[in-house]
Write a protein that binds this ligand. Structure first.
Ligand code: URA
Length: 240
């Protein structure tokens, strides 16, 4: 058996074991709670499902990114969040701290979330890729293919009402498009049945502050979709 087939077989076996550990009997079903209930008569809590997923990811060595990463950056926030932000991949600070968006771009993202009248603890923040690519290079296709199912499962568990895709890479990966972020941003698209707003990545906004107004317009559409009021400027400036 070639290495490629063996690796694919090992991955499949491991995925099936994960599904079995969740109680899934019908492979065509997803692991959504409603399906779980149908299959097993019991419902796992979101926390239990996240715990299973973390165990399944384990000390992941499924792609070359494991060689240089320090920490797997799983994501952070509320598992019941109505709003989920998806970035690209951890950078240096995130790799060290094990949390998403904690460097300079992360500070701007936190400000953007606060400007919406929300806190980081009220939303969920994740990335397409969970390990830092060396020198922050762009993730490669095979790395995305290995890691994306974990994000898909996080989205299945959290079931946000709206996803904000931060930057070209996130928007293109989630929407399976090669369209540029400047063309995608500003209007809702769908990730499966979930509304998705593509907007600029905070790192891009740090380099192009003139675009902050457009990003804020995108976030205002998100607030409106969630039925939340746009905080007045005075309120926005107060940080939690
Ligand atoms: N950039 C990202 O896309 N994600 C992070 O977590 C940090 C920086």
């Amino acid at each position: 058996m070639s290495d490629k087939i063996k690796n694919a077989t090992d991955d499949l076996i491991s995925f099936l074991e994960y599904q079995k550990s969740l109680g899934v009997k019908n492979l065509l079903s997803t692991t959504r709670n409603t399906e779980m209930k149908k299959n097993t008569g019991t419902e796992l809590s979101k926390n239990e499902r996240i715990t299973h997923l973390k165990e399944y990811i384990g000390d992941c060595k499924r792609c070359r990114l494991c060689e240089e990463r320090k920490t797997i950056v799983f994501g952070a926030g509320d598992y019941n969040a109505r709003l989920m932000f998806v970035g690209e991949a951890p950078g240096r600070d995130e790799d060290i701290q094990g949390k998403p968006f904690v460097g300079r771009a992360g500070k701007l993202l936190t400000d953007m979330i606060n400007a919406m009248g929300l806190s980081r603890e009220q939303v969920f923040i994740a990335n397409i890729i969970k390990c830092r690519p060396p020198q922050n290079r762009n993730p490669m296709q095979d790395e995305i293919e290995q890691c994306e199912p974990f994000l898909v499962e996080q989205i299945n568990i959290i079931q946000p009402e709206v996803i904000v895709a931060l930057g070209t890479f996130s928007a293109q990966t989630l929407l399976k498009t090669e369209n540029k972020i400047s063309n995608l941003r500003g209007r809702f698209d769908y990730y499966r049945d979930i509304k998705l707003m593509p907007t600029y990545h905070p790192a891009y906004l740090l380099r192009n502050p003139n675009e902050k107004k457009n990003a804020w317009d995108d976030l205002k559409c998100v607030l409106s979709e969630l039925g939340l009021a746009v905080p007045s400027t005075g309120t926005r400036k107060q940080k939690k």
